[in-house]
Design a protein around this ligand. Structure first.
Ligand code: GTP
Length: 519
């Protein structure tokens, strides 16, 4: 009982502590994970915004270069390409190149690819650009739209450049030449260097066919490479206008958040890539500190819980011990009460109990006009029995007689008592004289049936003399003493009349001759 109560209380307390620890750690893990997702989401948005801004910047850069070409074509149309016109156009180009830092040079080629005018201080007539992709394109295509070609190395400066070109329009649609603006790669590279994309991040500027134009990376400035097999191009940029994807690089194994954005007017796109590890470094640091804190808290909680469980254990034990002590004391009290109210030899009620019962029953029965009978039983010639068989045997004999008397105690209120020495009594509440006489016969018979040998007795067996008296009904004026005396008289009469018999007194406590009744 104690063990089961203790173990269930301890189990509950332990469960509470474990749940509290699990909830603390679980909530923190959930919060940490949510913070990680937020951080990645923020990084995606930032990368996407940056890609859009850089695409817009590139768009504007080329638009400005293209605007110069449009203006140049207008001047060509107005001034022509004779010596005077070339001079004026040259001045114009020099001004434009000075004003627009992205412009590397502006050129006018004739139908054979010869340089006619350029923005540089001297006209390099030794070059022929008829083999360039843009030249071939315009020669073979009559449309007048701008053409952005693949990156090429400048013949005059040797630097990598973007080319944006237009066909010189003519009234009859014949091919008379090409105007070209070149933009230095370094312009974009320097611009991109102003952006922090981390140690492992990158900004890529590429043609829509996957040819990389500019790549800005902390430790890498490779250019001209094809992105055809790169997942960001193959699976995303080649198919969509813009987007974001987290991809593990097949080259360096770094996982990056890639955001790409296509230029609106020109066939190029910009990709901003940030390394996931770098994005998460601040989060990781926070998570590390917080996890240590939470684990410490969980540890403190567990330690306090352990202390609490121990206290509960000891409290439950104290309660159990206190209850055990109380129960023992109650048992002791019951035993003491038993001892105080019962006879040690026979276990029957003792004289005190007998007196108390009579003093309770008489007024109770007087109230309800009930009857009360008293039977006194005295062992015959018991002195002789002791003398013959010894005192110990005498005790045994008394126990046997007590058992017989006890067996006649049928109702809860009946009381069998040892009145004193070898004398016993039966208090019979709600029992009239006739019933008491019948019971006395039964008792006498039961004792006779025990056939306890008694050599000093007339018949050779232990016998008893019985006196009976009844109050029927009990009156308020009746008292225990009178009833006892009356019963004692009847008993005395039984002894006097030769023992082994029953004598009775009437309700007015006068002896009635009933000796013939008993034999
Ligand atoms: N063994 C034993 N004897 C007891 C006990 N109490 C009383 N006696 C004995 O009972 C005897 C009673 O003797 P008496 O009063 O002379 O009565 P009796 O010998 O029974 O004779 P009658 O009552 O006249 O038949 C005494 O010898 C007591 O010592 C007891 O608890 N145990």
């Amino acid at each position: 009982m104690f063990r089961s109560k203790q173990s269930s209380t301890v189990c509950l307390a332990t469960l509470f502590v474990v749940l509290a620890c699990v909830a603390l750690i679980g909530l923190d893990a959930w919060r940490t994970w949510a913070a990680r997702e937020d951080q990645l989401n923020d990084a995606s948005i930032a990368a996407s915004n940056m890609a859009q801004a850089l695409a817009q910047h590139a768009d504007d850069t080329f638009k400005e270069a293209d605007t110069v070409l449009i203006s140049l074509l207008e001047h060509i149309a107005e001034d022509g390409l004779d010596e005077k016109g070339r001079k004026r156009i040259r001045q114009l180009l020099t001004t434009h190149v000075g004003e627009l830092p992205q412009l590397n040079g502006v050129f006018v080629y004739d139908a054979q690819g010869h340089w006619i005018v350029n923005s540089q201080p001297t006209l390099a007539t030794q070059y022929n650009n008829a083999d360039r992709a843009y030249f071939i394109y315009h020669r073979d295509h009559p449309d007048l739209e701008p053409y952005v070609g693949p990156p090429v190395q400048s013949r005059s400066t040797g630097r990598w450049i973007f080319t944006i070109s237009r066909r010189i329009p003519t009234a009859d649609g014949s091919f008379t030449g090409v105007v070209l603006a070149t933009v230095d790669f370094d312009y974009f590279r320097k611009y991109y260097e102003g952006f922090d994309v981390g140690q492992q991040g990158a900004i890529l500027f590429a043609l829509n066919n996957g040819t990389m134009l500019v790549r800005h990376m902390m430790h890498d400035s490779t250019t001209g490479k094809s992105l055809a097999n790169a997942a960001i191009y193959r699976d995303y940029a080649a198919r969509m206008q813009s987007g974001t994807a987290t991809i593990q690089s097949s080259q360096d194994g770094v996982v990056r958040i890639n955001s790409f954005f296509h230029l609106q007017r020109y066939p190029m796109f910009v990709t901003v890539a940030v390394a996931r590890d770098e994005v998460l470094s601040a989060w990781r640091h926070d998570a590390y500190i917080r996890t240590i804190g939470v684990l410490f808290l969980a540890g403190v909680l567990a330690a306090m819980g352990r202390l609490m469980v121990r206290r509960i254990k000891s409290q439950v034990r104290s309660e159990f011990e206190a209850r055990s002590a109380r129960e023992k004391s109650e048992e002791l009290n019951v035993a003491l009460a038993q001892l105080a109210m019962h006879d040690g030899l026979t276990g029957l009620a003792n004289r005190r109990h007998f007196d108390r019962t009579l003093s309770v029953e008489i007024p109770r029965l007087a109230k309800i006009n009930g009857a009360l009978s008293l039977i006194l039983i005295d062992v015959d010639n018991f002195k002789l029995y002791n003398d013959v068989y010894g005192h110990a045997k005498g005790d045994d004999c008394l126990k046997h007689i007590a058992l017989a008397i006890q067996s006649c105690q049928r109702r809860p209120r009946d009381l069998a008592a040892r009145y004193g020495g070898e004398e016993f009594a039966l208090i019979l509440p709600d029992c009239d004289l006739d019933s008491a006489i019948t019971l006395a016969h039964t008792l006498r018979q039961r004792i006779a049936d025990q056939r306890l040998p008694h050599s000093g007795s007339r018949g050779g067996f232990v016998t008893v003399s019985i006196g009976i008296s009844s109050l029927q009904p009990v009156r308020k004026s009746d008292n225990a003493l009178e009833l006892i005396e009356s019963t004692d008289q009847a008993l005395y009469q039984a002894k006097k009349n030769g023992r082994d018999r029953i004598e009775v007194t009437s309700s007015n406590l006068k002896i009635i001759k009933t000796s013939d009744l008993v034999k």
